[in-house]
Design a protein around this ligand. Sequence first.
Ligand SMILES: Nc1ncnc2c1ncn2[C@@H]1O[C@H](COP(=O)(O)OP(=O)(O)OP(=O)(O)O)[C@@H](O)[C@H]1O
Ligand SMILES: O=P(O)(O)OC[C@H]1O[C@](O)(CO)[C@@H](O)[C@@H]1O
Ligand SMILES: [Mg+2]
Length: 372
Amino acid sequence: MNSKVKKIALLSGGGDCPGLNAVIRTITKIAIEKYNWEVIGFVYGYRGLYNNNYVELTVDKVEDIYKEGGTILYSSNKDNLFDYLVDDGNGGKVRKDVSDVGVENLKKDGVDVLVVLGGDGTLTSARDFSRKGVNVIGVPKTMDNDLTSTDLTYGFISAMSVGTEFIDRLQTTAKSHHRVICCELMGREAGWISLYAGLAGNAGVVLIPEIPFTIENIAKAVKKRDEAGLPYTVIAVAEGAKYADGTKSIGKIVEDSPDPIRYSGLAAKVADDLEKVIPNHEVRSVNPGHIIRGGDIDAYDRILSIRFGNKACAMIDEGLFGNVVSLKGGNMEYTSLEEVIGDAKFGKQKLVDPNGDLVLAAKAMGVSFGDE
Ligand SMILES: Nc1ncnc2c1ncn2[C@@H]1O[C@H](COP(=O)(O)OP(=O)(O)OP(=O)(O)O)[C@@H](O)[C@H]1O
Ligand SMILES: O=P(O)(O)OC[C@H]1O[C@](O)(CO)[C@@H](O)[C@@H]1O
Ligand SMILES: [Mg+2]
């Protein structure tokens, strides 16, 4: 053991996903049992850091959360301490950089290292705290799998598995009624969940943000399946996919979120538009929404959570601050926050390559992406 670290603090930010609790558990257990570090957790993400609202983490508190989805530290996808809504003193609100309050709270609490569990948004703030001199370690989470520099994020496999089950279940009912059923899956600007769940569940059409589509091309794919003796089609629709003319389906604008767009409703729109051009089929849609990120942690994500948490502890011990744990080619490594996030206001995103092997394999097997 190398470090002079005595106390570490964890926080989770962004949308919850299965795996957060298992990482919190791994880090807490290893920190206490191997390194003898004290562990606290700020609650509700960066808001907890601002309000100095934290809980002590002990082995007995985390022992049973190895498979529990969500996060016992709670989470927020709104609070950016570098651009925070505070009272203006006249009954209104004003945006202010209050990050110094977070830095002061860490000093006051005697925290040597801040471990941040989050996606591109949460890690953007982590980069900025690192630039202010805070010892930060990032542990990349997101069911969207859209983070650069790591092959996988925990949460993705669990969400993708639930998405696959949805598509599987839709297959039997679509087949029985010769229907076309569009199933919307989360993922923001990235198509990973829809691509993987769609292909794992044998969807005939997969619509992802990286490959714009037309209704005419989808209709062509449905007709081709009809002619091949498959008069039913399940369509995996990524919430952030777009028509070739750029049309997207925005469900909600969350004004006080740094990334305010929430996609929703695309599967319903595609179903409506498609039914007009294929009157021989009833076209339906479902949107499981947050269901795919709720529930238990998949077995593989439990293992990833042990590997990510263990690597985070080793990095703390070695003083490798300003870095994010990364899984690369099967090995646990690390990448600098500056590289993972880049210099942008919003972090870089890892998107599906429209010419990548999986898309090309799917096309070779007759799956349509609505682009041809
Ligand atoms: N550009 C940014 N600069 C600083 N902080 C940010 C930025 N974008 C988001 N954040 C902060 O990061 C946290 C979560 O952001 P976001 O909603 O982007 O989730 P995420 O961490 O990317 O996870 P996921 O995408 O899986 O939900 C919030 O506290 C938010 O205020
Ligand atoms: O929890 P909210 O605010 O509805 O955010 C939903 C978004 O969060 C994610 O679940 C994770 O980033 C996205 O796939 C989805 O678009
Ligand atoms: Mg994100």
